[in-house]
Every structure is written in structure tokens, then in C-alpha cells.
Ligand binder design. Sequence first.
Ligand code: LLP
Length: 437
Amino acid sequence: PRGAARNSDEVLEVGGVAVDELAQTYGTPLFVYDEADFRSRCSDMQEAFGPHGRVHYASKAFLSSEVARWVDSEGLSLDVCTGGELAIALRAGFPAERIAMHGNNKSEDELDYALESGIGHVVLDSMYEIERLDRLAGARGVVADVLIRVTPGVEAHTHEFISTAHEDQKFGFALAGGKAMDAVRAVFATDNLRLVGLHSHIGSQIFEIDGFELAAHRVLGLLADVVAEFGLEKTKQIEVLDLGGGLGISYIPSEEPPLVADLARSLVDIVRRESERLGLPMPAIAVEPGRAIAGPAGVTVYRVGTIKDVDLDGAATRRYVSVDGGMSDNIRTVLYDAEYDVRLANRLSDAPAVVCRVVGKHCESGDIVVRDCWLPSDLTPGDLLVVGATGAYCYSMSSRYNMAPRAAVAAVRDGQARLILRRETVEDFLSLEVDPT
Ligand code: LLP
């Protein structure tokens, strides 16, 4: 986070709070969010897009009631993709009209919950869903605002599992073969759906803005087809072009992500030029950043346990440093070969650095938090390690593997810390057990 520094005792501080104090108060493993950092990334994003922008925070990156309140007070909108995320947002008092719902397989209950709560819009992902949402809205006597998710056929250069706009995957309606235009026709033919926008999301952890530009051009191409088939008046109700999330962040110092301002300038330009050429009013440009807001704002604090030197081929050894969490609180290293920066946090050391692998406490050898890093040779059990940029997709993808209780989450701001999600307990697990009758 922007507010991380060493204090006079050489202890790492986040948001003005020393990490050893945080570990003492809340235990480890612990996620710590720097509230000021999170909020400033929200406002930077909004400023970059200016009056044409509608920034939706993608809650899948990390959501709790407190985070929903930050997003709300910064004036952003919120994307949810399940009834669970929607429930948290509503519990936090997030205004329903600024919530959008995504998902390729929303259940009937989730769609109906969205309608019941009066959310801003639903992003439609299949013909099946068009038919279902139309029926559910009709039953409630409402007209639902919808976007159509388009697959623009752009290969984002990112990990296969988080790349979403190439043709051979499960999301959206392909532009190729006219599927997206079929969806537009289908929505226009319903009684209870109002098409207010087009959506595309090309992937995640993207470092080149040309993918977003190409997607924008292609979605605008669809808009031109809609004008040609349905005329200007009808097309004017499409007032939002949502270009999704996906902006990359730096996990390790050598990575340089694109600037939000450059992305915004380019997208605003493209959309302005093309809408003018078509004779349409300038649509709003929506974006859905998750990682770029939450990722750098969060860190994980672990306590060091077992340390073991393992002989490799030849003379080399690798030091395995075990921490008290692992793949249950950060699956990203195993799943995507993600890289992280890790630091000794409770002190500075002059000892020479040695090659280490930071591993968790789970029962498999793939349980790696940081594959290769340098840590001081005098590291000892009880030391604290901080892994940076774990604010997105770590807690939200956490599991109870080996019945490891989910970590606690604290927020820090102006030298003050508070708990925003308590640590899970064994009692929480036990409360799910159903005894034989
Ligand atoms: N909008 C849609 C429709 C999405 O599917 C996603 C992410 C986002 C926005 C937010 O993308 P972001 O700005 O955070 O890149 N678990 C993976 C990332 C999966 C992203 C899924 N969709 C990871 O840990 O890298």
C-alpha cells in the first residue's frame, strides 16, 4: 500500500500501525487493508474517467460490509455476481440502484433477488437468461434494465484461466457469427427488459491497453449494427458501454502496469469519436476494476514457524520457510503461478540474504505462498512476514482446506486499526455439522 513504511523501531507499518501490534492484537495469518489507499484508488479511477465514467468496483476481488461502505462513500457503483455478494452489499446499505449483477449462470433465485432489491441492472449472459429474467420481471410487474455481455474475440495476454473474451469460453454472446446481434434482437422483443447497455470484459491482470481498445472498437461495431437495423431513436436507449475490469497491478517491483489515466483517455477518445460518427449521444463508459482497487491496498501478515534447508542437486540448498497460513488464504501462487513480494516485517536484519521458498501449513507440497525470494539468513520462528498486494482474490478465494479457519481481516487508517472480519473459529465449522437423528 501507499502508506507502508518502517517506523523508528524498524518495524513495518501499514496505515500508520505497526505490523507487530496488528499481529499481537488480531493474530496471524491476518489480512490488513489500508483504507486510505483503497479509497484513493477508487477516486483516482473516477477522476481518470471523468464525467463520462461510471466506475463499478468488482466485489469478487474482496468484499465485506465495511468495504462496501468505502466504495459507496467514494461514489462508485458495485458489481456483484452472486446472491451472496448482493446480500453483503445490501446489508452494508449500499444503494441498490448502483449495483449491477453479473454471472454466466445466475440462479432463478438470484435473478429474482436482484429484481426484488431493485438493483440498477443485470448483465445478461445467455438466451436462457433473457427468457428467464423477462419472465421473472413480468411476474413482478417491473421492467428490468439490462446490459448484454458481448465476447469481442480479443486475446488478452494473461493467464488462460482469467482470460475471458476469446471465443472458446463460457461467457457472453460472441460477436462472431452474429450471436451478440441475436441477443440484442431477443431483448428488444421482450416486454419486460430494457436494453440500456453493452458489456465486454476481456480478462484480468492485463498490462497492455490495446486489448481494451480493440474490445471498445468491436463493441462500438455492434452498436453501429444496432443503428443500422433498428435506427437511431431505438439505439439511443443504449446509454452505457461497459468495458469491464482487468487492469493489471504490480505484484513484484519489476512489473509496471499501465496508467489508469492513459487507459481512460484512450477509451474516452475512441467512444467519443465513434458515437459522433454514428450520430449518437456520447454513452457513459463503465469500467469494473476489482484488482486495481483492492489488490495493492491489502497485505497478509504471517508468523514464521518451521524453517528447513533442503538440499537441491549439486551443492545448492533451498530454505523452506513455513508460515501459519498458505494455500487456504492465498491460492493464487498455486493456481496461476502468481508472484509476490515478501518482507521480514518485525525488524530489519543485516544478515546476508538466502534463497527461500515461503510455504504454508497445508498437507501438500504445492502449498507455496512465494516460490522464490530472498530473506535474511537469521530468520527465526516467531518472525513476521508480510506479503504485499494480496488485497484482491486472496481472502475472496480462501478456503477451509485442512479445516484451517479463515484469517481475520483488519483495516488501518491514520494510525488506527479495527477488525472488519473476525477470524473463523472451529466452532463456526462445528455449527454446520448435522448430527444423526
Ligand atoms: N468484471 C467482470 C465481468 C469480471 O469477470 C471481472 C473479473 C472483473 C470485472 C474484475 O476484474 P479485475 O479488475 O479484478 O481484473 N481470480 C483471478 C481473477 C479472476 C477475475 C474474474 N473476473 C485472480 O486471482 O487473478
